[in-house]
Design a protein around this ligand. Structure first.
Ligand code: ADP
Ligand code: ASP
Ligand code: MG
Length: 401
């Protein structure tokens, strides 16, 4: 069997944890399996590196930021290979360049295009455990790229697909996917299974237990995932095409505090304006989520939308540069907002989920600022200060006993 095992930052955060992971991988290897390990940077390394960059230059070139961040994962894989060598097992660490993991050129937000498997396969044939850097890739200029925060999960799934692995296991600091972030709602329940579609919505809406693109890739290449703890043997959560519904209308509540709202006020009320605004953002790789258009005064219109907090400065810059072309009179931004979503395939056949969610928010006096829906989710934008109380109220409404 060929197994891809991915361990996140906390799971390799110190010497003891590194040896713990090494032993878990060796256990698998000694059963006769071929083992490929994907690692994130240790503990808070990525945040620390970003803080260093900020000190030197808050508007640092993205190419250089990626060059810097990639060091975090490279440290982890080298130390892991040393730990395994100490435990008497042959292992080799490889970075994105050595494997040849090709991505698009977008620094900080790259996507995999192609992964060469020759080097990994030849190392596996030499009976080694292969330890690969998560989160990074190489673009057509032979520069290092990164995949976006949390991207090591995506490296693991992409490798599992390219290597036709028999299993892809994501080890983290919780023992599975819960109905909500257990740090916010301690009563959240662990799910035995969740479908790709639901997990994709949850991840995109802020449940950072899996990187959303890892779920997208897993669905595309039909890679079943297991999310489980690196510290216990508890059974994890299976993420697959069809999950058994456990009699629940919704499978989870997701929270995203890293959002900002931008409002363009006084746009011309004529065809093509929305296209121009969102095309301008798309050209700069800025993803937009909840969108609201309303009629303003004197035959003008207002458009407001949310972007990731990390994109807000760039979004404001590019929009302001195009002010005349886009025709807005004023631009405003707010960063004290958060997104709260309920997700569940069950809501397709059940009216009343929206009403239930809004009632729960009303009961705790939380005001809704924007709403957006899809077939399997309802999202509201609320004040950041309200988020914990709102999350518990909504979770309690649908999932509480
Ligand atoms: P890693 O470093 O292993 O990749 P992350 O911090 O990226 O770990 O993701 C794990 C964290 O995701 C958990 O500690 C938990 O707080 C958070 N989380 C958010 N939503 C959920 C959820 N629905 N189920 C489980 N964990 C969640
Ligand atoms: N180290 C990277 C991050 O902190 C990637 C990851 O952990 O998946 O975002
Ligand atoms: Mg993660």
């Amino acid at each position: 069997m060929l197994v891809v095992k991915k361990f996140g930052g906390t799971s390799v955060g110190n010497k003891d944890r590194i040896f713990n992971v090494a032993r878990r991988c060796i256990e698998d290897y000694k059963k006769g399996n071929q083992v490929v390990v994907v690692l994130s940077a240790m503990g808070d390394t990525t945040d620390d590196l970003l803080a260093k960059a900020e000190e030197i230059n808050p508007k640092a070139p993205k190419r250089e930021v990626d060059m810097l961040l990639a060091c975090g994962e490279q440290t982890s894989v080298a130390l892991m290979a040393m730990a395994m060598a100490k435990l008497g097992v042959p292992a080799v660490s490889l970075n994105a360049f050595q494997v040849a993991m090709h991505t698009t050129s977008a620094y900080g937000n790259a996507r995999f295009k192609r992964i060469d498997t020759d080097r990994i396969m030849s190392e596996l044939e030499l009976n080694k455990i292969v330890i690969v850097t998560g989160f990074q890739g190489v673009n057509k200029y032979d520069d290092i790229t990164t995949l976006g925060r949390g991207g090591s999960d995506t490296t693991a799934v992409a490798l599992a697909a390219a290597l036709h692995a028999d299993a892809c296991e994501i080890y983290t600091d919780v023992d599975g996917v819960y109905t909500c972030d257990p740090r916010i709602v301690p009563e959240a329940r662990k799910l035995k299974e969740i479908s790709y579609d639901e997990m994709l919505e949850m991840a995109t809406l802020g449940a950072k237990v899996l990187h959303n693109r890892s779920v997208e890739l897993a669905k595309k290449y039909n890679v079943p995932l297991v999310v489980r703890s690196s510290l216990t043997d508890a059974e994890g959560t299976l993420v697959k095409e069809e999950a058994k519904v456990e009699g629940m209308l919704i499978s989870g509540v997701a929270v995203d505090k890293d959002v900002a709202r931008i409002a363009l006020i006084g746009l011309k009320n004529e065809p093509g304006i929305a296209f121009k605004v969102f095309d301008c953002l798309a050209k700069h790789n800025i993803n937009v989520d909840v969108i609201l258009q309303s009629i303003g005064r004197d035959n003008t219109k207002d458009i407001s939308f949310t972007v990731a907090l990390t994109d807000v400065d760039e979004a404001l810059d590019v929009l302001k540069k195009e002010q005349n072309h886009l025709t807005f009179q004023k631009i405003e931004e707010e960063t004290d907002v958060a997104k709260l979503s309920v997700v569940g395939a069950g809501m397709q056949t059940n009216a009343g989920v929206a009403a239930g969610m809004f009632e729960a928010l009303y009961n705790v006096g939380v005001n809704i600022r924007m709403i957006s829906t899809s077939e399997i989710r309802i999202t509201v934008l609320i004040d950041k200060n309200d988020v914990d109380v709102a999350t518990r109220a909504v979770h309690d409404k649908f999932i509480g006993d």
